[in-house]
Design a protein around this ligand. Sequence first.
Ligand SMILES: *Cc1c(COP(=O)(O)O)cnc(C)c1O
Length: 429
Amino acid sequence: MLNRSNSQSLFERAKKNIPGGVNSPVRAFRAVGGNPLFMSHAKGAYLFDEDGNRFVDLINSWGPMILGHAHPVVEEAVKKALSGSPSFGAPTRREVEMAELVCSLVPSIEQVRMVNSGTEATMAAIRVARGYTGRDKIIKMEGCYHGHADSFLIAAGSGAMTFGVPDSPGVTKGVANDTLTVPFNNLNAVEKVLSENVNQVAALILEPVVGNMGCVLPQAGYLQGLRKLCDQHKVVLIFDEVMTGFRLALGGAQQVFDVKPDMTTLGKIVGGGLPVGAYGGKKEIMSCVSPAGPVYQAGTLSGNPLAMAAGMALLTYLKEHPEVYQHINQTGEKIAKELRSQAREFGVKATVNQQGSMFTLFFSDVQVVNYETAKKADTTLFGNYFQHMLEQGIYLAPSQFEAMFISEAISNEVVDSILTASRESFKRL
Ligand SMILES: *Cc1c(COP(=O)(O)O)cnc(C)c1O
């Protein structure tokens, strides 16, 4: 049994002054039972908790730790930036270089604005799309998560899905009325909604490969079909690549699937582990953003020197080391294949969805293609598997409806340890 005494006492203290004891809901372990572990530090493929337990990390901060934890390249860049003062509130050279880098890496981005989180990025992106089109409504997909802004907390994935409160109290009816939802992977549904709301829809936003109802892939032709429909109806197509950006490829899902959205939102990897988000797209659209245009959006700490240094160091490293993607993608494929075969061996119903270095093991015998089918997964079985893995030193995302993220630090040796633990976990189910 893991010693959890320090985590336990920290959690008791945390609950007194932090709602639910955590600063983001999924961390609380409510979906898998038990209490959260408190982390003290991490290096490479491993997390270390307050009781000195070591875990292979398959969350990697939900993406940013794509090279593993405490990578020297990022660490050095932040140290150097820190000695020059952590913030100015005035323009800096790094912001120019960062914008140039992002525009050169992401195929559809001509201009980009830095913000401080993925939530800010998506929130700003739809405001810009509304300002640009002069229309109010947006379309989102059931089970996609775009951060915690009001407009997106309608049939949302991630923590909102885990806790069964897709519509949060505090979101007004007016806001909810402007958000139209359709099932993922269903072009007819989008076509129907567009024809019922002629000239009213500003934007269609989605995760091109979903991470937030677990990993769900777009079916062949789906993204191309959305591109076509958005062109026909003059709707701004927004790819929320906060998870997939710089992960599925340097140019994100839009590069992998060769579909150009009008706007893209970024987060997670773009900050190298510091709080950064970004939104960008066609120059014509981005020119609406203040002070170039009338759509207001601002941020005291946006383009922060430490954050820019971390993000730029990470992106530059990824650009110079394409073999990183080869390694993490192959690792993803290998783990998915082995998990399928283990599930078969032990007669456990399982569907493994995987794209590059993202994957989800759904405890379900139906193909998972959207929110409806994702929800069919057996969350109790997942909770048991999660706990067996944790006991054996493997830290999975603490919910059935999340993706796992592979880092460069997960070597073939580490993969073997994951698979050995998984085999034992399936056996114990
Ligand atoms: C994480 C995530 C967000 C929100 O980003 P935060 O930095 O947590 O605000 C938005 N969209 C997607 C697809 C995400 O995965």
